[in-house]
Design a protein around this ligand. Structure first.
Ligand code: NAP
Length: 295
């Protein structure tokens, strides 16, 4: 039987609708609109398109947003000085530096230069650490969005064996952390696989829930999963497609056709995790404006 679709677009729209109502309530009490400051360094077309979508979401929910576009020749120090200015600016609630940034700038130094109270991406060590110990914090948008999908579709995670493939600091590792947590988490038993994992199939074949965040189109095939697995495909990959007027199409890390024949639930790409990431950014920006997490 074909898998049921986990419709991230639909769930994201519901979340954005709630954020929009909250913002209207917040402003009706005399508060200004929340403001997101985006920083885009260089001219990576994928980053440009992500920022454009995030800006569209801001308009939709009533968040003011501004994008500062900087040349890829900017130095590490200059970029940190600009961020320092945004940290001090009381009219800015959330700061987002679109990753990746050029190779000569160490991303961790930039992430750490953002005031953690404005770190709506949830990448600052203060937020990462507070998440680890179960304290209020900005949760990283993609992992938080994945947790919302399980909630919305009442997909049980408690006691399930979750395999996360890909161990980045922004997706795989925090997803594994949230899913394994007892308090406000998935209560799952988690295996975290990465580049050095030997015999990936040995792990994926045992997954009740498989989260894939690698950036490798078609990495997971039908032979690598068991019947009724729940699939969360985080990957966003551009592959050549001459039938498409853009010359490319977007695919995930999962071979959709073979895997969806065995899975019970699956996120499509596009339209699965991507819209959830953006919706959670809207939610985090509102939390930042209300100073809900760091009063
Ligand atoms: P990343 O920083 O490149 O991390 C990828 C991870 O996968 C790393 O831990 C990497 O290990 C590991 N890996 C590489 N090859 C592997 C293999 N063959 N088997 C197992 N693990 C392997 O990427 P990311 O930022 O996590 O993003 C992953 C994918 O998700 C990308 O396609 C990205 O575009 C997409 N993404 C989507 C969303 C969304 O909202 N849907 C959000 C963020 C990212 P090493 O570190 O050793 O290389």
């Amino acid at each position: 039987m074909a898998a049921s679709i986990i419709d991230g677009k639909l769930v994201a729209n519901l979340i954005k609708e709630r954020v929009k109502e909250d913002i209207q309530n917040w402003m009706s009490k005399g508060n200004r609109a929340p403001k997101l400051q985006v920083v885009l360094v260089g001219d990576n077309p994928a980053s440009y398109s992500y920022v454009k979508s995030k800006t569209t979401d801001c308009i939709e929910v009533g968040i003011d947003s501004e994008t500062l576009q900087l040349p890829d020749t900017i130095s590490d120090r200059e970029l940190r000085e600009i961020i320092e200015g945004f940290n001090k600016d009381d009219s800015i609630d959330g700061i987002l530096v679109q990753l990746p940034i050029p190779d000569h700038i160490p991303p961790q130094a930039i992430i750490e230069s953002i005031d953690h109270r404005k770190d709506v991406d949830g990448f600052h060590p203060m937020n990462v650490g507070r998440m680890q110990v179960g304290q209020p914090c900005f949760r990283p948008c993609t992992p938080a969005g994945i947790m919302e999908l399980f909630n919305h579709y009442s997909i049980p995670t408690k006691g399930k064996h979750v395999v996360v493939v890909g161990a980045s600091q922004i997706v795989g590792t925090p997803t594994a952390m949230l899913l394994s947590r007892e308090k406000d988490g998935g209560k799952s038993t988690v295996t975290l696989c990465h580049r050095y994992t030997k015999d990936l199939t040995k792990h994926t074949i045992n997954a009740d829930i498989l989260v894939v965040a690698v950036g490798s189109p078609g990495l997971i095939t039908g032979q690598m999963v068991k019947e009724d697995v729940v699939i969360i495909d985080v990957g966003i990959n551009r592959v050549a497609d001459h039938e498409n007027e853009r010359g490319y199409k977007i695919v995930g890390d999962v071979d959709y056709k073979s895997v969806s024949e065995k899975a019970s639930w699956i996120t499509p790409v596009p339209g699965g995790v991507g819209p959830m990431t953006r919706a959670m950014l809207m939610k985090n920006t509102l939390l930042a404006a209300k100073k809900s997490l760091y009063p």
